[in-house]
Design a protein around this ligand. Structure first.
Ligand code: BEZ
Length: 224
């Protein structure tokens, strides 16, 4: 079955993009990566999403995350669309965005990566790409996937928030609770014994009393 599951290695595909031909693993290098797909060029929701993504490029770069978009049109269409996206952002209508857009004119990658939305079709009845977000770790393994239908724009603040959560898990061995925001307390993962947690989190581990008497709600201030 096409598609990617958590823990799968990113396929090392070759593709034409607005910044030249790439091989995906070389493009990722040792960085984290986000691959986000779009139904089609010159469409309204996509234009707002790519505009927002361009504005947040410095935030992704600060977190060592390489961004790359995908849409099922040609490089030439993508370059022309970039002018609209920059104009939408109130900037000069340049053909360049801070990240490349993959040209997947024949939908080959969209099929391979399980990105098609059966409910949204073009004028020829072909399914369009859904709004997929894949986040890969520096090991090129899939750490997170989000799948929205073509008609629902994504929240890029949420995408940055999940990058922060994923990186806290990768580097500090903690989990993040419901509605967590950077700076809030984080949670000790259930598999870590209390004694080890005390050593690992010198700012302290705080538990919440529960009717079961089990001490599994263990918080610690966000590690630096
Ligand atoms: C859009 O980007 O606005 C869009 C694309 C395909 C279906 C619905 C909306």
């Amino acid at each position: 079955m096409p598609g990617l599951l958590l823990g799968d290695e990113a396929p090392n595909f070759e593709a034409d993009t607005t910044q030249g031909r790439i091989r995906f693993h070389d493009f990722l290098g040792d960085s984290w990566g986000i691959l986000f797909s779009h139904p089609r060029d010159f469409t309204p929701v996509c234009t707002t999403e790519l505009g927002r993504a361009a504005k947040l490029a410095a935030e992704f770069s600060k977190r060592n995350v390489k961004m790359i978009a995908l849409s099922i049109d040609s490089v030439q269409d993508h370059l022309s669309w970039c002018k609209d996206i920059n104009a939408y952002n109130g900037e000069q209508p340049a053909e360049k965005l801070p990240f490349p857009i993959i040209a997947d004119k024949d939908r080959e990658l969209a099929v391979q990566l399980g990105m098609l939305d059966p409910d949204e079709r073009d004028k020829d009845g072909m399914p369009l790409t859904a709004r997929v977000v894949f986040i890969f770790g520096p090991d090129k393994k899939l750490k997170l996937s989000i799948l929205y239908p073509a008609t629902t724009g994504r929240n890029f603040d949420e995408i940055l928030r999940v990058v922060d959560s994923l990186q806290l898990t990768a580097y500090k061995k903690v989990a993040t609770p419901v509605d967590w925001k950077p700076g809030d307390s984080v949670m000790v993962v259930p598999t870590l014994p209390d004694e080890e947690a005390k050593k690992l989190f010198p700012k302290g581990v705080f538990t919440k009393d529960l009717p079961s008497g089990k001490k599994y709600l263990r918080y610690t201030p966000q590690p630096e």
